[in-house]
Design a protein around this ligand. Structure first.
Ligand code: BGC
Length: 751
């Protein structure tokens, strides 16, 4: 649709309040079709004659606003009367409110703007357009303030007054039709408990950590106040705890009209499991007034899983809710504190799992499009997309920027969309070239500031950064990203000779610099000087340097930076390092997603399972046994003694470690897409059963149909049930190595 409307803003100063832009119009002829189109640099809500239109919330979503802004289109044929009014509510949202914890506030604009039009086609063939311009009236609204981080104030007694005409505004970003998915209201959860906390506070528990908001239905005397904030956890005394939200207030303030009221925010959302009633009009709290509404990107569920271990099933549940909570238009790190940002590292770590659980093709098509637009001319990819922290001291980091190669590649494996791969290909190449050019020493990526093996345990449990040398991580990912460019290029029919040569050299230099006798060098790597003479530092400069760590070996094995002959030595060393750490992992964001793969690919599925079943800290089941309903940011966000990790970095809804599901699905259940025929057109099924797990039943509703792998133990025999959709071929491999070529159908095996 061609948009003839003008971008407009409200008269007067910048404000955290929401405003309503209104136009009344008459349609005197019979309407054949009427379509509304709207967008905002901010968040808009469309109303026709006072009724909200469309299923979307938090529209137009979050893109790289300086480059492009999505618009949504609505069929309103049945909504228009002879005389109707169109209203566009406008709140600050991501564009004009506080966003990004480093530079905070007004990342894109001081004042929100809105744009919209209605196009009416009459039965007689004539057309009419009603479009935003300076003739529209602007009214105050009942939303007196709204911030993504800080919550919303709605006063139903507030007078509504016209404050003048809309003013034309200049908006840089290009309008584009919606690329991503709608953000919608999804599950509705009733409270599970009303808690009178030991400190006297009134707390409501919804039983599930989530992203969205609380809807309140209430009739109370006019002017009554309902004020509450959110929390993910209670402290060890059972009191409401939300210090980990940092500066994000998450405060909802509602003032009643005296009639039957329904409250929920229009321009904000929270991450929460509990709410604390700070003000409430009645002494008795009627729980039936409260409903927690999950708000997430509307993604089709594709994956299903069940197994014989209740704790692993809970882990899976936590992974699903971690994904739902953080796939809200942008893949975010967390939904509650003053971040909620599209951290690239977290996104790449989890995206393979994300694409098993849900259909995320469009979701990532949008995000990767923004990433490509924000990629710097020298190829740098920033830590967050959309980029809203230009002053962050570590803007570019290995394993974060590599989202530029890893995400497009994983999306290709999951959905087989060559067009999308092709769109990302220039970005993939540029990122590799960035590493090549900034590496300090050719073919290595040395001396840069990185996030390192974020939150790993081997530099001391309280360090933000693990012990693995950043130079080693940077150079390993340089090799891996180069390999992905080669694979993608070959699929796209591009000449990749240059990258093949580059890859050979990067691997060669990696091995010379970081390895000896087939193992990582067991030394502390010195900090080399940056080109400008400064010494490279990161958050924990004094600890980020070791060559011999679990993460280092995991990267070498998983990225294939070793020879085949070196694998047994490496895997033995990895097992030894695990053993040395009392049988536990020490890996963080970088090593954890691959550690189980590195073990099972090299003959140690037994040890992989042992780590999976582990319940001590650090482990996946530690959080499960401590009552988690989503994934935690730290292995021990809640410590053994009941205290919390530091308040500055302690989310209970961080999906990154949930990446373990790609091992459970791909190795334990054994379902993997294959590169030659992606999107599960051809599948490699090679389950690795485990008696302690009892049974597994995993499936995916792929683009090529329903693929299922299940196994169960009966005495010492394992029975397998495999389902392959028509038109798909599969290679099925039993643990004994026996292989079968399968076509569409249901199969049973026993061994
Ligand atoms: C985020 C992480 C992110 C990191 C960068 C944090 O504040 O929450 O998940 O990847 O910064 O190291």
């Amino acid at each position: 649709m061609k948009i003839n409307a003008k971008w407009v803003t409200f008269p007067g100063e910048a404000s955290a309040a929401a405003f309503t832009f209104k136009k009344s119009f008459k349609t005197n002829k019979i309407i054949k079709k009427a379509t509304a189109t709207a967008s905002a640099l901010g968040i808009y809500a469309l109303y026709i004659d006072g009724a909200r239109v469309g299923k979307g919330v938090l529209t137009p979503g979050w893109t790289s606003y300086n480059n492009r802004i999505q618009y949504q289109t609505y069929d309103i044929t049945d909504l228009l009367k002879d005389g109707s009014s169109i209203e566009l509510g406008l709140g600050q949202g991501w564009a004009a409110g506080y966003i990004g914890h480093v530079n905070t506030n007004h990342c894109y604009t001081d004042k929100a703007s809105v744009i919209g039009q209605i196009e009416v086609v009459y039965e007689d063939g004539t057309k009419e357009t009603i479009a935003t311009d300076e003739t529209w009236d602007v009214y105050t609204s009942r939303v007196l303030s709204s911030e993504i981080y800080h919550g919303e104030t709605v006063d139903l007694t507030a007078p509504i007054k016209c404050i003048g005409k809309a003013q034309a505004s200049a908006v840089k970003g290009k309008l584009i039709p919606q690329v991503g998915e709608w953000i919608t209201e999804q599950e509705r959860l009733a409270p599970v408990e009303l808690i009178k906390a030991p400190n006297g506070e009134t707390v409501i528990d919804f039983g599930q950590n989530m992203t969205g908001y609380v809807e309140i239905k209430i009739k109370a005397p006019k002017g009554s106040r309902i004020v509450f904030d959110g929390a993910e956890v209670l402290d060890k005394d059972g009191n409401f705890y939300n210090k980990n939200y940092r500066t994000a207030k998450n405060l909802m303030t509602y003032v009643t009209s005296g009639n039957d009221d329904i409250f929920k925010p229009t321009y904000s959302f929270q991450g929460f499991r509990y709410i604390r009633l700070i003000e409430f009009p009645f002494d008795t709290v009627d729980l039936s007034c409260f409903t927690a509404v999950a708000v997430n990107s509307e993604l089709r569920r594709t994956g299903r899983f069940n197994c014989g271990n209740a704790k692993i099933n809970q882990l899976y549940h936590n992974i699903i809710w971690g994904q739902k909570s953080n796939y809200l238009d942008v893949p975010t790190d967390c939904p509650q504190r003053d971040e909620r940002l599209g951290w690239t590292g977290d996104a790449q770590v989890f995206c393979r799992t994300g694409a098993i659980n849900f259909d995320v093709e469009k979701f990532f098509e949008k995000w990767l499009g923004d990433m490509a637009l924000e990629q710097r001319a020298d190829g740098a990819v920033f830590g967050t997309v959309p980029d809203c922290m230009p002053t962050h001291p570590t803007r570019i980091s290995a394993a974060w920027g590599d989202a530029a190669t890893i995400v497009p590649w994983q999306m290709y494996l999951a959905y087989g969309n060559k067009k999308n791969l092709k769109k990302s290909f220039p970005m993939m190449k540029k990122w590799v070239e960035y590493m090549h050019k900034t590496g300090h020493e050719e073919y290595l990526w040395l001396t840069a500031r990185h996030y390192g093996d974020w939150l790993a345990m081997d530099a001391g449990g309280d360090s933000y950064v693990g012990a693995t040398s950043n130079d080693l991580i940077g150079s390993a990912f340089f090799a891996y990203s180069t390999e992905l460019v080669i694979k993608a290029g070959e699929i796209l029919g591009e000449n990749v000779d240059y990258y093949k040569e580059l890859y050979k050299n990067v691997v060669k230099r990696f091995r010379e610099y970081f390895m000896e006798n087939g193992l990582p060098k067991d030394i502390d790597f010195p900090f080399t000087e940056l080109r400008d003479g400064r010494v490279s530092t990161s958050g924990a400069a004094d600890v980020v340097r070791k060559g011999m760590t679990q993460t280092a070996i995991v990267l070498i094995l998983h990225f294939g930076l070793c020879t085949e002959e070196e694998r047994p030595g490496l895997i033995a060393k990895l097992a030894e390092l695990i053993d040395r750490y009392d049988g536990l992992m020490t890996t963080g964001f970088v090593g954890t997603p691959y550690i189980l793969h590195a073990l099972s690919d090299n003959g140690r599925a037994d040890l992989a399972y042992k780590l999976l079943f582990e319940e001590r800290n650090p482990s996946w089941l530690y959080s499960v046994t401590h009552g988690a309903t989503t994934m935690w940011e730290h292995w021990n966000s809640l410590k053994e003694d009941g205290s919390f990790w530091s308040t500055s970095m302690n989310s209970f809804n961080h999906y990154a470690y949930g990446a373990v599901y790609d091992w459970i699905f791909g190795v334990a259940a054994g379902i993997k897409p294959v590169e030659e025929a992606p999107a599960y057109k051809k599948v490699a099924i090679a389950p690795i059963p485990c008696k302690e797990l009892g049974f597994i039943d995993a499936s995916i509703e792929s683009r090529n149909g329903y693929v299922r792998s299940a196994w169960y133990y009966k005495d010492d025999v394992v029975y397998y049930e495999i389902e392959i959709p028509a038109g798909v071929t599969a290679t099925f491999t039993l643990p004994s190595g026996k292989t079968y070529e399968l076509a569409g159908g249901n199969y049973h095996f026993a061994e």
